[in-house]
Structure formats: structure tokens, C-alpha cells
Ligand binder design. Structure first.
Ligand code: NIG
Ligand code: FE
Length: 463
């Protein structure tokens, strides 16, 4: 078979083991690291990987050869927990945070998620689309090819739907893949403060619409002191499962109030944060096969004391991932590499554990492991390439983006640190950044994003 494209002379290629389930405990230490490796791509899929010289039968006249000495490659990184779509920003809370006002106190005072709720309700679809697109571009620069994105700053149907439609549209219009999560149960809106159960009932009523309109695959709840109780979380997630949604739960982030028990009982796909999870909680999750999505950049940004006890989790046989939590409050970053580095510096995870966490295990966390997360033949050719002598270097040389190339479905979307085809449509190549003027841009987007088109046309006319 003649390959379409071959990346070769790679110093190292990280190849996770593919067991058709998440890697647990000691399995996370295992992986194959190919030296002086090549990756052959055919039809946008992984065709063959190996070490040393590229086999001659893979190379034809049409084969594009990409020489990558001095670089390492991993499967495209997967950021499996983000709150990506929101209006405004919250740098005004930063000063309070430095003075020691806690995250939950700020929320209690009507700030935090509730202040982002106001800004998100005010923002148009188009504003949210453009803002989120920029964040996704940052993520792609850092080697990310798949991103989970939660709603949860609308808190009413109209605005939750707007957020999820932004995710849907970005998924259709950008090279990066998005996995949508419905999270209206993210905060109790002020008007429901005295009657939170009425809001729980409202969230449950939204679930069939989420499913019917195909707006999300997952449902998530913020189970936390002063937000949703374990009982309320259980009710929402149980109903979500009955409506055919997969489930996750923010549990044991700041206080341990029973979210882990809910995750275990409902066999949720994942439990998020787990910063303060104790032995009992870890055992429950390991037993139930619930993945722990760990977010060390949130601990860092909250200036909190404790990172999730990742080592204990692995010792007890849990599967874990590392992810950013990208959001305007508890973790304003779009850099998954930084979260990975904290996995090493703060959680003392080993390089192999960290790369498994953001590839094969993260693929399981977004239920896409049949297509992404490893270099198994036939999987999507999503590949991140970094300028580094070896994989360990990516964790050692911290807070500096070393990603130089990203391939999505075999197509180069980041080349020499430049975005090339961020706006790659599924059927055609398209680079919005090359359009000559706004109108031209708008015309090209016509069939895909009618609302965006309208805004750009209006902006042109008003000039
Ligand atoms: O995962 N904990 C709840 N949600 C986010 C924070 C969202 C925000 O502060 O805007 C989190 O930390
Ligand atoms: Fe979160």
C-alpha cells in the first residue's frame, strides 16, 4: 500500500497501549516508545508506524514525506474537561483571590459562575462563536485535536441552547473535534436561591430537548457545598441517563459531599476534580470503573492546598486523565501542556502516565477511543509534534509551548507553529485567515454559519 503522507525521522513516538478500555493503575506506566520512528497515513487514518528506515513499499511518487528529526510525536492531545463557551472574563476576581477570598465565597456573593452567567446571557451567538474559536485556536497551537466543552453559563434553556449550538457549529466548522456536554446544573441562579429544587426540576425538563435536538452527548453536574447536593445531582444524572445521555459529575473539588457515591452508583463515565477525595472515595471509583478526570491547573489557579491524590488513585487501580478545566473563573488557561506539567511537578506522575492520561484515557473519557487516542491502525491520524529530543523533555522544559506541528485527520493544521487550516471544513479545505476582506470571509462561511455571516455583512455595510 502506498501512503498519502509519511512523517519520518521522529526522535520518539509515544504509542499508548490500546486495550479497548481505559488504562488503570500500573497499566498507565506502560507504553511503547518508538525511536527514530515513522508514521504512515492513508485516507486520513493511521496506516503504519515503525522504527528506522521507512519501508519502500509505503512510498510512491505522490507520497508526501515530512522530515521531522529533532521532534517527537504523540497522538493528538485530548482536553476532556472544559467550560469553553462563555461571555466576558473575571480578572476582577483575581485581586479578591489574592486577598484570600475563597472561590465559594465569591460565588455566594453573586460573583463567580453567576457573573459569567450574566455576560454569557448578554453575548450573541456570533460573539460567543468568535471568542470560543480563538480559545480553540490556542488549544490547537498546543497540540490539542479534541476538546470536550460544557454549557453551564446560560442556566436557562435559551442560553444553554445557545452555548451548545456554538459548540455544534464550531465542531462543524473547525478542524478540532468538540464533544458537547450539557451542564445547566452548574450553579443555582439567583432567582432560585430560596427554592433550588425548582431549578433542579427545570434542568430535568431540559434533558429531553437536549437529546431530541442532538445538542450534547454528556450531562454534568457541579456537586458541591452550596451548589447542588448529592441527592439533587443524583436526580439530574439519573434522569439524564434515562434520556440516553452519558454522565459525569464535578465531585470532591472543594468539599466532599457525596458526589463520588453518586458517580459510583450511576457508573458515570467520569468524576471530575476529586481534589479532596479520600481513600474510601478512591476505592469506590476504582471499583465502579469511573475515570477520574484530574485538573491540576485548577488547584494551581485556585491557590488551593491539595492536588488530587493521583498516586493513591493509581495505587488503588483507578484510571485517570489530566485536563485543563479551561474556564473564566477557577482556571483561565487554554494550555493543556501546563496541566500536564503540573501532573509531573505537583502530582509526581511519571511521563508515561501523563501522556497516557491525555491520549488514550482522555479518549475513553470522551467515549471516542474507537477513533482517537492511540496510533492503532485505522484510527484518525490526529498527531501532535513537538520540538524536543525526547518525550520527557516536554514535561521538564515547562510553561513553554514546544508544539510545532499538528495533524488532524492526516491534514496539517499547525505548521511550524502557524495555524494553517484551523477552519478546515469536513469536506473541503478552507482558511478563513486568508480571506481578503470581511465580506469575502463572510461569503465563504455562508452555507455554514448564517448568523455569523449576517453580523459580518452588517459590519461591512455600516462602515
Ligand atoms: O470546574 N466547578 C465548577 N465549574 C468550574 C468553574 C467554573 C467557573 O468558575 O466559571 C470548575 O472549576
Ligand atoms: Fe469544571
Amino acid at each position: 500500500m502506498i501512503a498519502d503522507k509519511i512523517l519520518y525521522n521522529l526522535n520518539e513516538i509515544f504509542c499508548p497501549n490500546d486495550l479497548d478500555r481505559p488504562l488503570r493503575g500500573a497499566e498507565m506506566k506502560e507504553a511503547t516508545i518508538l525511536k527514530n520512528g515513522y508514521i504512515a497515513i492513508y485516507g486520513g487514518k493511521i496506516y503504519e508506524i515503525g522504527e528506522g528506515d521507512v519501508p519502500e513499499d509505503l512510498v510512491g511518487e505522490e507520497t508526501e514525506m515530512v522530515e521531522l528529526s529533532g521532534h517527537v510525536a504523540t497522538p493528538g492531545l485530548i482536553d476532556c474537561h472544559t467550560h469553553l463557551v462563555y461571555g466576558g472574563s473575571r480578572e476582577n476576581e483575581f485581586a479578591k483571590k489574592l486577598k484570600g477570598v475563597s472561590y465559594l465565597e465569591i460565588l455566594e456573593q453573586g460573583g463567580g459562575i453567576l457573573s459569567t452567567q450574566k455576560a454569557t446571557q448578554k453575548a450573541s451567538f456570533d460573539e460567543l462563536f468568535i471568542k470560543t474559536k480563538k480559545l480553540l485556536e490556542h488549544m490547537m497551537y498546543h497540540g490539542v485535536t479534541t476538546v470536550e466543552a460544557k454549557s453551564g453559563y446560560g442556566l436557562d434553556w435559551e442560553n444553554e441552547k445557545k452555548q451548545m449550538e456554538v459548540v455544534k457549529s464550531l465542531n462543524e466548522n473547525m478542524a478540532v473535534d468538540l464533544v458537547s456536554t450539557f451542564m445547566a446544573a452548574h450553579a443555582i441562579p439567583t432567582e432560585y436561591k430560596e427554592n433550588p429544587d425548582a431549578f433542579v426540576a427545570e434542568v430535568i425538563e431540559m434533558l429531553p430537548k437536549v437529546k431530541e435536538e442532538n445538542l450534547a452527548e454528556f450531562c454534568d453536574v457541579f456537586c458541591e457545598k452550596g451548589v447542588f447536593t448529592a441527592e439533587q445531582s443524583y436526580m439530574i444524572l439519573k434522569a439524564a441517563q434515562e434520556h440516553g445521555l452519558k454522565t459525569r459529575i464535578h465531585a470532591d473539588e472543594i468539599e466532599s459531599i457525596g458526589g463520588v457515591e453518586v458517580a459510583a452508583k450511576l457508573k458515570c463515565t467520569s468524576a471530575e476534580h476529586l481534589m479532596v477525595a479520600g481513600d474510601k472515595e478512591i476505592e469506590l471509583l476504582a471499583e465502579a470503573g469511573v475515570i477520574g478526570n484530574l485538573l491540576p491547573a485548577t488547584t494551581f489557579s485556585l491557590m488551593a492546598e491539595s492536588y488530587a491524590p493521583a498516586r493513591k488513585m493509581l495505587d488503588k487501580g483507578m484510571a485517570i486523565t489530566i485536563t485543563t478545566d479551561s474556564n473564566p473563573g477557577s482556571c483561565p488557561t487554554a494550555n493543556l501542556q501546563f496541566a500536564m506539567q503540573l501532573g509531573a511537578f505537583a502530582m509526581k506522575l511519571e511521563p508515561t502516565e501523563i501522556f497516557n492520561a491525555v491520549t488514550i484515557n482522555a479518549a475513553h473519557s470522551v467515549c471516542r477511543a474507537d477513533k482517537i487516542g492511540s496510533f492503532k491502525k485505522g484510527k484518525n491520524a490526529d498527531i501532535a509534534v513537538f520540538e524536543a529530543p525526547n518525550l520527557e523533555y516536554l514535561l521538564y522544559f515547562f510553561a513553554t509551548n514546544l508544539c510545532t506541528h499538528v495533524f488532524k485527520d492526516g491534514t496539517l493544521v499547525v505548521e511550524e507553529r502557524q495555524l494553517r487550516n484551523a477552519d478546515l471544513f469536513r469536506e473541503e479545505f478552507f482558511d478563513i485567515n486568508e480571506a481578503h476582506d470581511q465580506k469575502d470571509k463572510a461569503k465563504k462561511l455562508k452555507t455554514r454559519i448564517p448568523m455569523y455571516l449576517d453580523d459580518l455583512m452588517r459590519a461591512e455595510e455600516n462602515k
